[in-house]
Design a protein around this ligand. Sequence first.
Ligand code: NAD
Length: 391
Amino acid sequence: MYTFCSPSRIEVGGGSVSRIGALLKSLGGTKPLIVIDQFLASPAIGLDKKIMSLLAEVGMEAAVYSGIANEPTSQNVAEGVAAAAAAGADCVIAVGGGSAIDAAKAVAVLAVNEGLAFVDIARQEQLKRLPLIAVPTTSGTGSEATRVSVITNLATGIKENPGHPSLVPDIAVLDPQLTLSLPASLTAFTGLDALTHAMEAYVSNKANSLSDLHAYEAMKITGQWLEQAVADGSNEEARQQMAIASCLAGIAFSNASTNLAHAGGRSLGAYFHVPHGLSVALLLPFVMEFGLEAALDRYARVAVALGANGHQSREVLAQAAIDIVNGYNDKFGVWYEAKAKFIPDVAAFRQAIPEMVKNALSGNGILTNRQVPTAVDVTEVFEKLAAKLED
Ligand code: NAD
């Protein structure tokens, strides 16, 4: 027995953001707070102004909170809640990547649950929140469709990621035109985040028929379109396909869990300030090696979804899945970017392994692996990454 959650409505297509006013009205919203990524609200991009003028067309005046400059913190959420109160907002529009959407989810909940600690969201039987529309501008996290929000608690330094069905936005708007400005490296790393969500959901021991459907299709689309989206960011069809893949992958993992690549990635990200998509992409091939035997059939199907010829033994195909992922990491400069910008000192990385292992094991995404990893297993995954970075 399981419950399957997804947004009640998903709008797809170039220009679909122009329906934002009508969508908000359908939810009963009259006074929106737009929670938007700081860069997207800068004069150079002006996406806040664009959305405000779309809302003005249906007679709505919006307030804006645009303080999210990096991955979101408890301070961002407090500022967003204060902005909602000051404006008398009765609904929230999230505009940006996973960072802005996660902040908006927390604001939509905490604006109407005074005194509730963010991390305690997961423990609520019933959880009210303001109506919420999510408009993603990256194609990776799938946050527009998930029951999770990830916020760093500045008091503890911990990246809290409670899950609750009420955190699934009411409506997701997948407008590929809003992702055209995403640079190639971010397109690649966020796309690999989507692939990791889909793959981890597919091999999770919580996978079910409905999550499989979404995960498999997400992998298939990613295999067909990610390289094109990275090679030519102006290819709107490739952008739309990746927006769909990311959303499907989000729905898949939101219902089946992520696994060790995410548990380890969160830990790595926190320690070396590696952006989310890059951190999971760095670990994924080694996590696949660790779990291959325990999920040979599933990894063989992963390879087929990603374009491998299915007329081969499952052992050959499962290995092909790892080769394909390593191929992406080579082609998209994953190893290079990590070494150049985040982990230049591999000796320091090795020293941090015990702490990163401890943190990885204390978060979620461990017990849902088909082969549940021990501290020794997780250490080996990090050691393999260290060796790769020394290459
Ligand atoms: P992000 O939202 O942090 O954005 C990354 C960078 O891209 C920012 O500098 C932003 O300004 C820029 N950007 C965004 N859209 C752009 C566009 N269209 N053009 C140009 N630049 C653009 O990145 P992300 O990977 O989407 O989100 C990462 C966050 O999401 C992390 O905090 C991670 O923990 C979280 N996350 C949440 C979930 C979930 O289900 N809630 C799942 C996975 C990850």
